[in-house]
Design a protein around this ligand. Structure first.
Ligand SMILES: [Zn+2]
Length: 147
């Protein structure tokens, strides 16, 4: 094995999310699919407490997925613990929260923050509101984060 531990976590997580996606695809009319215990246990094992927190975030609702009309690029707005706070999230690469900066980028303690996991889970479980917007608006939303 010449891959990093982080890479293993990402791949194992991908496999669990793919499993979930298949389950959802088998039940297109069921908006409220129960996650099987096995899959849940796998995701907890891989992502730890951040996954538990992500489930809470998804259950709390309010996750919005903005889709660029030309590029299909997806940017999420995920509610923070204190409304009306929210975070800007690219599930695989970025979140605007402090935990992402400290735990994921600086210390490499976690592969993803809870908002990134919540955005992914919400996508797979079809629990986010999808809104198509011009790509320039997505760019502006990101720029606002840098201000
Ligand atoms: Zn975050």
């Amino acid at each position: 094995m010449n891959s990093s531990p982080g890479g293993c976590v990402v791949r194992a997580g991908d496999a669990c999310f793919a499993e979930l996606q298949e389950l959802v695809a088998l039940n297109p009319n069921n908006a409220n699919i129960e996650i099987p215990d096995e899959t849940l246990a796998g995701l907890y094992l891989i992502f730890g407490k951040n996954f538990a927190k992500a489930v809470e975030v998804v259950d709390g609702g309010g996750i919005v997925c903005y889709i660029g009309e030309q590029t299909g690029r997806r940017l999420f707005k995920v509610p923070g613990s204190h409304a009306p706070d929210f975070y800007i999230v690219f599930p695989a690469h970025y979140c605007s929260c402090q935990s992402f900066t400290f735990d994921v980028v600086s210390r490499s303690d976690a592969a993803f923050c809870k908002h990134q996991l919540a955005a992914r889970l919400a996508t797979v479980m079809k629990r986010s509101t999808e809104v198509t917007i011009p790509d320039i608006t997505i760019a502006l939303m990101l720029l606002e984060q840098c201000a």
